[in-house]
Ligand binder design. Structure first.
Ligand code: SF4
Length: 476
């Protein structure tokens, strides 16, 4: 769903990234471990074995949950979610996990990714009278699950999943079991862990495990269904690419995931640092100081400085209270967050020839603002080095840069981008250089936003607010 895209899912029995428990009470102990993956809403659904209980709302985890709401979470299994929307607006109704009752009982779904055929599936259901309660792509999963002809199949969930196209890492919670699913091409990460008391935990990133001293066991494989219940943990396949291809989102390594996490088999910091070192080889420059644009440029800047032999320094202080700017839903919100978040250390940059390292440049407006602040502080030269290739194409699989016209590298060559950003020189990491820094073979990654080579056909344009527009058409 992007319509409710759930960029992050976490779940598990007592000891999950959202909770740890003794006896039958789940207590949130590290609720912000995956907050970097979504800041629009937060929610937890728990089960006591018979009924599901949901608490969710708009805002950060710390704003949605207080001690009272945490105390009301009962049971032995819980699924949590923080939302960064890629389909559907930022509303209460789209908060995840979504929870519904149907003929098969109660079910909750937390989704990370974006379904590219959700609008089509939804239209078909609406034509035969289905009523949708959200504008999230995720809700079609519930309608597919509830359909009597699907329920009558020998394996309803396998059947349902084979109707979905796009990116989905899911946690599905029934009163008596939790199910983890990763789509056949494995766009988004999902990993399994184990706590010291032997409970199974599932999360988008291993950072969630580290914060509760749980051990990383393995990734959920593309096309795999893992079921956790009183009977233990079992696994089965529902799909997979017959040619051995995958579509692990390389932008997770470049920007999205936390540097401490292990994603798609690699530690994120080490990958970003290797990308910076490679960039130093591909685009050296005479300068006094290597500085990152915080915070995501830091790992690459460390690698650039090490490889180039130039000193590494700081040009900005960072406010830890402003949140993450790229994942905010509006441009004005992003601009304000950047302004509040970064302050130039004037004395550190005045008269200096700077190599400024950025992880990626999407729209370019925030980078231009930061470059302007360095100039105003007296930097003598600014050489921008970007530790990923130019982003020229929209993403339909769970990262919110779908409008190609807003991408700085769309219809601009490198000189045009350099002029727009007002830097003395500009170099991006090459496509080959990027792929040389990760450990899986190139055919296992999605690099479509850089190359335009999409891992699957996108038959219908994927619009963030397609579901809202469809509602408007129905009622006018
Ligand atoms: S298009 Fe880019 S951001 Fe989207 S899944 Fe592929 S690599 Fe990731």
């Amino acid at each position: 769903m992007r319509g409710g895209v759930a960029p992050c899912v976490t779940g598990g029995p007592p000891g999950s990234p959202f909770g740890s428990s003794s006896s039958d009470t789940v207590a949130v102990i590290h609720p912000t471990s995956l907050q970097h993956r979504g800041q629009e809403s937060a929610g937890i659904v728990s089960t006591n074995g018979k009924r599901l209980l949901r608490h969710a709302g708009l805002g950060l985890v710390s704003g949605v949950f207080d001690q009272g709401s945490l105390d009301r979470i009962r049971g032995r299994v819980a699924v949590g979610h923080v939302r960064y929307s890629t389909t559907g607006s930022c509303t209460e109704g789209n908060c995840q996990p979504l929870m519904f009752s149907f003929a098969g009982g109660e079910v909750a779904v937390a989704h990370n990714g974006n379904l590219i055929n959700a609008a089509l599936l939804r239209r078909n259901y609406e034509k035969v009278g289905h009523i949708f309660q959200t504008t999230s792509d995720t809700e079609v999963i519930i309608h597919l699950l509830a359909k009597p002809t699907h329920q009558n199949k020998k394996n309803p969930l396998n059947h349902v999943l084979n109707h979905l196209q796009g990116a989905y890492s899911l946690l599905i919670l029934f009163p008596d079991r939790m199910i983890a699913v990763r789509d056949p091409l494995g766009f988004r990460p999902l990993c399994l862990g184990r706590t010291k008391c032997g409970a199974t935990v599932v999360a988008s990133e291993t950072k969630a495990f580290d914060m509760i001293d749980a051990e990383y066991v393995r990734d959920v494989k593309p096309g795999e269904i893992v079921t956790v219940s009183d009977e233990g943990v079992s696994s089965r396949r529902f799909g997979g690419d017959s040619n051995g291809r995958g579509a692990a989102c390389i932008f997770e390594q470049i920007y999205f995931a936390d540097p401490s996490s292990r994603v798609f088999g690699d530690n994120v910091h080490m990958v970003r640092s290797a990308m910076g070192a490679r960039l130093a080889k591909e685009a050296p420059v005479e300068a006094d100081l290597v500085v990152p644009i915080p915070t995501c440029g830091q790992c690459a800047a460390v690698g650039y400085a090490r490889e180039s032999g130039l000193p590494y320094g700081r040009a900005f202080t960072t406010s830890h209270y402003a949140g993450r700017s790229f994942i905010l839903p509006t441009q004005s919100g992003r601009d304000l967050a950047v302004k509040m978040k970064l302050t130039v250390i004037k004395e550190a940059v005045k008269g200096q020839r700077l190599v400024v390292v950025e992880d990626s440049v999407v729209r370019g407006t925030t980078t231009r603002g930061k470059i302007g602040a360095l100039r105003a502080a007296g930097a003598k030269e600014i050489h921008l080095r970007v530790a990923s290739p130019p982003i020229r194409h929209p993403c339909y699989f769970g990262i919110d840069f779908p409008d190609q016209r807003k991408l700085i590298a769309n219809n601009r060559d490198i000189n045009g981008i350099r002029d727009f950003l007002a830097v003395d020189s500009l170099h991006y990491l090459s496509h080959e250089g990027m792929l040389a820094c990760v450990s899986m073979p190139p055919e296992k990654y999605c690099t479509a936003c850089f190359s335009g080579a999409y891992p699957m056909n996108v038959d219908e344009p994927v619009e963030k607010f397609a579901m809202e527009r469809s509602q408007l058409r129905m009622f006018t």
